[in-house]
Unconditional design. Structure first.
Length: 392
């Protein structure tokens, strides 16, 4: 139990007392208004703010919209409930009304706290996000809320979180960051890593559904085949890849897996040598994260595998919880690195970079080569373009 849990318990007691005094009718309609207003705000925030670039200001405005909707809905519902309660005159009914009102008020407060907590938990708000993620109270509510409730706050969470990474961790799942020695900077001079870097490309496209330009990284793993993240090409119908020399090629998505967050692009006549996948990496191994962070120039960053773990989190659309086999890395991973390779000192791809830690700036995550091997095989044989769904 942390400080937030204590605050939530005190708030629950206060709401319970208030709900007892108000009664069920006022509380029920107030609860309906509070939850309905909060969910309406969670739906409205992405619609209103979708055209603005992600930033802390946009995140705060989004949170404000949800709170305003919740408070307004509660006020309207309570006013209607008061009008109805004034017509109840039988005294025993008042006790039942008061007790039920207390329970409803507590439930409503916890649901709204869960809506806000779910959005903040995986956002990059430093200690605030860490505290929210460690809340036992919110974790308990999260287990009770049905799946459609989690989906309702997914779009809102994407507005609150100013990063461009997908949510890689369940909202109230503890992040496990194993201690490790920093990777040696000299690893970037390894000739095999440098050779592999020639096969790393920039991936760009426009998701017409949300009028958003997307960019990330990818690597050639088979002739005319590029692997990247699904969230890099989500909603994109005509992606393009660009080599380090600036040559651009039209591509088509022939394999798309939003659960694992893996996509394969077919790029005809791509004159780059494939880099083989290697499933033999283990904790402690050094290597490099290669890609185009910030949509800037090609960059190589030293990396060390901290640990291998089964990471439970949402798919790129937040529709369901999935478990992925990943490497936790001692590496600096930034937006734009998504879809790039984790390369070993033998010049082989041992992982597919897909996320950065919300807690620690020196920790990133890569899907293991074993996790993406099935996607790689399917992508080699695929010829026809497939749907890339909607914006993630």
């Amino acid at each position: 139990m942390n400080v937030l849990d204590i605050i939530l318990i005190v708030a629950a007691i206060c709401y319970g007392i208030s709900g007892y005094r108000q009664g069920f009718l006022i509380g029920a309609l107030g609860v309906a208004g509070l939850i309905g207003g909060g969910l309406a705000g969670a739906w409205l925030a992405p619609v209103v703010l979708d055209k603005y670039e992600p930033s802390l200001r946009v995140s705060l405005v989004a949170l404000g919209i949800v709170l305003a909707g919740a408070f307004l809905g509660q006020a309207l519902g309570a006013a209607l409930g008061a009008a109805l309660r004034s017509r109840v005159t039988w005294r025993p009914a008042h006790f039942v009304d008061a007790t039920a009102g207390a329970a409803l008020s507590i439930a409503a407060m916890l649901v709204v706290a869960w809506i806000l907590g779910s959005a903040v938990a995986n956002a990059r708000f430093g200690d605030v996000s860490t505290t929210v993620r460690g809340s036992r109270v919110l974790a308990t509510v999260d287990e009770i809320v049905p799946p459609f409730g989690s989906q309702a706050v997914q779009a809102f969470g994407r507005v609150v979180d100013p990063s461009l990474f997908p949510r890689y961790l369940a909202p109230f799942e503890a992040e496990r960051i194993a201690p490790a020695q920093p990777p040696a900077a000299g690893v970037l001079k390894d000739p095999d890593i440098r050779r592999a870097g020639r096969s790393v490309v920039r991936v760009t496209g426009v998701a017409l559904e949300c009028s958003r330009s997307l960019e990330g990284s990818g690597f050639v793993y088979a002739p005319n085949r590029v692997m990247t993240n699904a969230h890099v090409v989500a909603g994109v119908s005509a992606p393009r890849v660009e080599t380090r020399e600036g040559r651009r090629y039209h591509a088509r998505v022939v394999s798309y897996d939003p659960e694992r967050d893996v996509a394969v692009l077919a790029v005809p006549d791509l004159p780059l040598a494939p880099v083989p996948l290697d499933e033999g990496a283990k904790p402690g191994d050094e290597g490099a994260v290669l890609g185009y962070p910030g949509n800037g120039p090609f960059t190589a960053g030293a990396a060390r595998v901290r640990s291998e773990q089964a990471l439970r989190g949402p798919d790129i659309y937040g529709n369901q919880q999935v478990t992925r086999e990943v490497f936790s890395l001692y590496a600096k991973v930034r937006p734009g690195n998504s879809g790039g390779p984790l390369v070993s000192t033998e010049g082989h791809v041992t992982g597919l970079v897909f996320a950065a830690s919300v807690e620690d700036g020196s920790t990133g995550y890569a899907l293991t080569a074993e996790e993406v091997a099935g996607n790689a095989r399917a992508g080699v044989n695929a010829r026809e373009p497939v749907s890339t769904g909607g914006c993630s």
